[in-house]
Design a binder for this molecule. Structure first.
Ligand code: CMC
Length: 428
């Protein structure tokens, strides 16, 4: 294959070098395009723009392939523990038993959060959305660990910042929920696993002996793994671009949480359940909502459907759909919205509009149904996504720093006024 792409502008030819990945995907390096031709490329939404080269996650949207550091999502979701996957994403290899034990022990040392953070939490009104609370508390870590502000520290010091946020995010997430309920917070229980500890902080109430249901802990482990990374999505790109200014890990992750919040990204899991509930309350007429989703004059979209990169199926959605059936059966839950979801999917998979646009259920279509069965309230769904995505954000930030990537700074095509003279106030 040629090593260059040829570009012709106004009759003049330019050679642009090709970049090839380990899975033979091809990119055209346009780094010198403007310097040599005066032109830039334009690609709103970065639909066709590679912002970086990365060795973390491989995704083939046409064939529904997703791999973390070379391991298929199907295999890791079936066989791994979330902290094992966390280690894999951040450090590049599966941990040995000793590395895993040390990693888990380090995380357990840092699960408590400073009591003054509780005061910040208590300053939020109880109706504050937990995603806003979470991103604020994560950003407050910059104040409690000011040394973390310098991202150019030794790798041991960066590792300590990493372990701290991995340890504290579940505590912050559970506390955001308790604050919303107006209930006292629970402190971490380090005799438990990562997921069990989170569930206990979420659901234990004073004077009751809370026992974690192993079915729930196992399902949560799988959900967190399925969300752990997804290469250069909106929130990961946000983390990388914020970090590219040499902002700290905590500032970058806090920005990533805010990017995830929107309903077109991680907020879709909350939006899906709200949509399914609305359809149920409206009599369950699935066909009516399919028609609304196709009507260009109607702002309604089928939430949990479609994906920027998956154009055949989302492998995470397949795993989650099966897990939803298993979890609901194991817990003896009969959720009527599961049937509505399956009905919508069935129609969409055969509908010309959805088939032509390659719109399929994404990871968020069924995840909310499982979260609901696990007892997680709707407004916490995106927080669960954030807990799952944390290792991916950390891995993306760390890779970007270690590769010494330049500051992220896109260009634009200006469409405003040409130069004009200032008009004094009285003459306007
Ligand atoms: N319902 C109805 N029509 C849709 C939908 C949908 N959910 N998604 C896309 N379309 C149509 C869209 O109107 C457009 O049609 P046309 O070509 O006639 O104008 C076409 O499909 C292409 O859509 P697009 O908006 O240009 O595609 P995109 O790549 O910019 O957006 C998306 C991807 C995920 C934002 C979009 O599919 C969407 O809004 N889906 C619903 C929200 C959702 O479930 N988001 C979660 C994504 S997965 C979790 C994550 O990792 O973030």
């Amino acid at each position: 294959m040629s090593e260059f792409a040829e570009l012709k502008i106004n009759g003049q030819s330019y050679n642009l070098p090709l970049v090839t990945g380990t899975e033979n995907e091809v990119g055209i390096n346009i780094g010198k395009l403007r310097a040599e031709t005066g032109a830039i490329t334009v690609d709103p939404g970065y639909k066709n723009t590679g912002s970086t080269s990365s060795a973390i996650t491989y995704l083939d949207g046409e064939n529904g392939v997703l791999r973390y550091r070379g391991y298929s999502i199907e295999e890791v979701a079936e066989k791994a523990d979330f902290l094992e996957v966390t280690y894999l994403l951040i450090y590049g290899e599966l941990p040995t038993q000793e590395q895993y034990d040390n990693f888990v022990a380090d995380i357990k040392k840092h699960t408590l959060i400073h009591e003054d953070v509780r005061k910040i939490l208590e300053g939020f009104p109880s109706n504050a959305h937990p995603m806003g609370v979470l991103s604020s508390l994560v950003c407050s870590m910059t104040a409690f660990y000011p040394e973390s502000l310098d991202p150019n520290r030794s790798s041991d010091e960066v590792d300590l910042s990493i372990v701290r946020i991995l340890a504290k995010l579940p505590t912050m997430a559970a506390w955001a929920y308790k604050n919303e309920q107006g209930h006292p917070v629970n402190y971490p229980d380090n005799t438990l696993s990562y997921t069990e500890n989170f569930l206990k902080m979420m659901f234990a109430v004073p004077a009751e002996d809370y026992k974690v249901d192993p079915v729930i802990a196992k399902a949560l482990n799988k959900l967190l793994i399925l969300h752990a990374d997804h290469e250069q999505n909106c929130s990961a790109s946000t983390v990388r671009i914020v970090g590219s200014s040499h902002a700290s890990l905590y500032a970058s992750i806090s920005a990533g949480i805010n990017a995830l919040w929107g309903p077109l990204h991680g907020g879709a899991n909350q939006a899906v359940i709200e949509m399914l509930e609305n359809i149920r309350k409206d009599g369950g007429d699935v066909a009516k909502y399919m028609a609304k989703a196709k009507d260009k004059d109607d702002p309604f979209r089928l939430m949990g459907f479609g994906h920027r990169v998956y154009k055949n199926f989302d492998p995470r959605a397949r795993i989650i759909k099966k897990a939803a059936d298993d979890v609901l059966t194991a817990l003896g839950v009969n959720d009527p919205v599961l049937e509505i979801a399956k009905g919508l999917e069935q129609i969409a998979l055969e509908d010309e509009y959805f088939v032509a646009r390659k719109l399929y259920p994404n990871v968020d279509f069924y995840s909310g149904i499982i979260y609901r069965a696990l007892g997680i309230p709707t407004e916490m769904f995106t927080v669960m996504f954030a807990m799952g995505r944390l290792p991916g954000w950390i891995a993306q930030w760390k890779e970007m720093r270690e590769n010494h990537e330049p500051i992220g700074r896109p260009r634009q095509i200006y469409t405003g006024y040409n130069e004009r003279s200032f008009v004094a106030m009285g003459d306007r």
